[in-house]
Design a protein around this ligand. Structure first.
Ligand SMILES: Cc1cc2nc3c(=O)[nH]c(=O)nc-3n(C[C@H](O)[C@H](O)[C@H](O)COP(=O)(O)OP(=O)(O)OC[C@H]3O[C@@H](n4cnc5c(N)ncnc54)[C@H](O)[C@@H]3O)c2cc1C
Length: 406
């Protein structure tokens, strides 16, 4: 049973309520994204299989011009590569996509994770070779960092890159690689000088079908999400497809994740917004004891708490994004606060909304049931909540120590 109660209205995405945080171009983008969401919902209802749907979704997002947001027209400042991207625009897109479909949101985000490193660190030849198809949605991108033994501690990755004539051979395992089952090429991180630790990590662009690369769709998750594992068995990569210098890989990876981390918070806001809209709708039509359940004060308390948390989450996300858009040299602290608060708050908001649906809330196909499953991974990927806490607290402590020293 598919519950489409608020779906027909489309995402209540607007820049009006927070106009002071946006520019005119964002209002135009919000309107465009609302149209894309309608097309996306029609595509999802078309009954395509998982991989075909994933490719068609990326194509739709590319045709709508949304993937172009990964490659800012004014270019990227090589000394601060995170600058240049319109982060508030990326947040608006993820908020709207996640409102409609966690799977589509993830496809968009990972298209960015696998494309942005080429925009920011690629040579002109690499940009000419790889970007046109990625930005048009004709090629699906992925980002291969995590390994079975290197999750939160990514610098300990064990995949190695060994020089072989004019090229390289990569050997190792990657896991939890989103988009892997459908990716046309993957930015893979491997260590070309293991004795130098993280300073040996190097990024490579590995095309689908590269000799020695095998991809498995072996990770069924709680919610729809294109994901899989990679085996690299002496995988052949040309030196032309080395991204950045040998040893630059850790910087490439961290700078990409720093750029996109805030947008995870935006996706959480989109899911939470959808859940709250569903709850308001349900509690104003469902009657018990002869009246709408929205008339009970406990129900109103849930709605009010969720509304306040949603506003707070959105403001924190947009604070971090706007700071970056206006040239802040670092938003590490603000991005960590935004990602942690928004994903944790969204989990609470969705849980309350499900509770307000009663038994209907746990029926497969009802929107809050889907959201309940979809939100969970956002508290884990691109830095778990615990790691955001480490980042936030360690900066507070370091600042205090600096004050003490001076
Ligand atoms: C849906 C999904 C999509 C993903 N997509 C990608 C992708 O496209 N590309 C990619 O490279 N990776 C991807 N990942 C991997 C993701 O980045 C990792 O799962 C994440 O970094 C956590 O690593 P782990 O799963 O190995 O957990 P672990 O590192 O084993 O952590 C387990 C627990 O220990 C805690 N912990 C670890 N270290 C500390 C510490 N120092 N202090 C406090 N607590 C700590 C963690 O917070 C967590 O609660 C994805 C993961 C998921 C779930």
């Amino acid at each position: 049973m598919i519950d489409r109660t608020v779906e027909g209205r489309g995402p209540g995405l607007s820049t009006d309520d927070l106009g002071f945080l946006f520019e005119d171009r964002h209002a135009e983008l919000a309107e465009r994204v609302r149209r894309v969401v309608r097309a996306l919902l029609a595509l999802e209802a078309s009954g395509k299989g998982d991989d075909d749907l994933a490719r068609a979704t990326v194509a739709l997002l590319g045709e709508a011009g949304l993937c172009r947001l990964f490659a800012p027209e004014q270019g990227v400042d090589p000394s601060a590569p995170q600058r240049g991207v319109d982060l508030r625009a990326l947040c608006l897109v993820r908020e709207a996509l996640a409102w409609a479909s966690g799977g589509a949101d993830s496809l968009f985000a990972v298209q960015g994770l696998g494309t942005w490193p080429i925009v920011a660190f690629g040579s002109e030849a690499q940009k000419a070779k790889w970007l046109p198809d990625a930005l048009a949605g004709r090629a699906v991108a992925a980002f291969g960092l995590t390994e079975p033994e290197a999750g939160t501690d990514v610098a300990s990755l064990r995949t190695v890159a060994v020089r072989d004539g004019a090229g390289w051979r990569l050997s190792g395992q990657k896991t939890f690689i989103s988009n892997a089952p459908v990716a046309d090429r993957i930015v893979v991180f491997a260590n070309a000088a293991p004795e130098r630790g993280r300073k040996g990590i190097t990024a490579f662009i590995v095309p689908r079908g590269a000799p020695g690369l095998s991809v498995r769709a072996d990770l069924p998750l709680v919610a729809d999400h294109s994901i899989g594992s990679l085996s690299l068995d002496g995988c052949e990569v040309s030196d032309d497809d080395r991204l950045g210098e040998v040893g630059d890989g850790f910087r490439v990876a961290m700078s990409t994740l720093d750029t996109f981390r805030v947008t995870v918070g935006a996706a959480a806001v989109g899911m939470a917004r959808r859940a709250l809209e569903e709850a308001v709708r349900r509690t104003t039509v469902r009657k018990q004891f002869g009246k709408e359940i929205a008339e009970f004060q406990q129900v109103q308390g849930y709605l009010a708490d969720s509304s306040a948390e949603l506003d707070a989450a959105r403001l924190l996300v947009l604070r971090a994004a706007r700071l970056r858009d206006f040239g802040a040299s670092s938003i590490t602290q603000e991005a960590a606060v935004a990602k942690m608060f928004a994903t944790e708050a969204a989990q609470r908001i969705i849980d309350r909304s499900l509770q307000l649906h009663g038994g209907l809330g746990v029926v497969r196909g009802v929107a809050v049931e889907r959201l309940y499953r979809e939100i969970r991974a956002l508290r884990i990927y691109e830095g778990t909540t615990e790691i955001q806490r480490v980042v936030i607290a360690s900066r507070l402590i370091a600042t205090e120590k600096q004050r003490g020293d001076s």
